[in-house]
Design a protein around this ligand. Structure first.
Ligand SMILES: NC(=O)c1ccc[n+]([C@@H]2O[C@H](COP(=O)([O-])OP(=O)(O)OC[C@H]3O[C@@H](n4cnc5c(N)ncnc54)[C@H](OP(=O)(O)O)[C@@H]3O)[C@@H](O)[C@H]2O)c1
Length: 251
């Protein structure tokens, strides 16, 4: 009885705000969306083309937007923001793609696409949201999806690692710029996570349970960041599978 009462007191309302989350249709972003909804947050998700069949919640809306179309990105995001009728509690950047190979193998268009999707869209979306978050004058989090590739480079990962290093440098600088505001900035740096990210790649995490993080594990960390006491910033979280094993797919 007392527990029910305490749970009711802690239940979130639309006043607690909306989480805007990119990459909501798959992998880590999808797990985050489900965890947020389960924990009482409302979510406006963004995907490039995918629908989501598995979420039926009046607190969830999916917007289709190609984040790599940088010229139209600010206007598209302002349109999405104009349809949100609650304070924005957090902006979570999870959309991303991987292109791997030796530098000679990477096409210039793939190099551009990786930087535009994984880094520049994060920077431009943040530039659009930041003044709004500051004006709200209430706790808000901006959470970036980095990677273990934000921390060290590796063979065949030159452009992907460059995009993820860029995200981390951007997040660290922005955290300093926001230190005297109500906006906190965090970055998540997972190692291999078992998601459809690897569907079009020629490698994937090993099949053992401890060769990859589950997307739900990353979603748990997101919740911890959001629930951190105001005044405390969880600035970076690195997560790794216990045993690093990569498996080459047979072609
Ligand atoms: N999986 C890993 O091992 C791992 C490890 C560390 C970091 N990460 C990072 O985690 C993030 C999520 O990866 P994931 O594993 O969840 O991959 P995923 O399952 O392939 O999901 C990628 C998501 O990004 C969206 N997206 C891709 N390009 C987009 C674009 N141009 N515009 C809008 N949305 C776009 C996709 O939308 P559609 O479904 O519509 O295409 C999808 O929702 C990425 O930033 C990735 O770099 C992944």
């Amino acid at each position: 009885m007392i527990n029910n009462f305490l749970e009711a007191l802690e239940m979130k309302t639309s006043e607690d705000g909306m989480v805007v989350l990119t990459g909501a249709s798959s992998g880590i972003g999808l797990a985050m969306t489900k965890a947020l909804l389960k924990n009482g947050y409302s979510v406006t998700g963004i995907s490039k083309t995918s629908e989501i069949d598995t979420i039926k919640s009046e607190n969830f809306k999916l917007e289709k937007l190609d984040l790599s179309k940088l010229d139209s990105l600010p206007a598209e995001l302002h349109r999405i923001i104009s349809e949100i009728d609650a304070p924005i509690r957090a902006l979570v950047h999870s959309a991303g793609i991987g292109k791997f190979g030796s530098l000679e193998q990477l096409s210039v268009s793939d190099m551009k696409l990786v930087m535009e999707t994984n880094f520049l869209s994060y920077a431009i979306a943040t530039k659009v949201f930041l003044p709004i978050l500051k004006r709200q004058n209430r706790l808000a989090d901006i959470i970036f999806m980095g990677s273990e590739s934000s921390i060290s480079g590796g063979r065949y990962g030159s452009i992907y690692c460059a995009s993820k290093f860029a995200v981390r440098g951007f997040a660290q600088s922005l955290r300093e710029e926001c230190a005297k505001t109500s906006v906190r900035v965090s970055i998540l740096n997972p190692g291999a996570v078992r998601t459809p990210f690897f569907d079009d790649l020629n490698f994937e995490p090993g099949s053992a349970q401890d060769n990859a993080i589950n997307p739900e594990d990353v979603a748990e960390v997101l919740l911890t960041i959001l629930e951190a006491r105001p005044g405390t910033v969880i600035d970076e979280v690195n997560l790794s599978p216990q045993t690093r094993v990569w498996s080459r797919k047979s072609s």
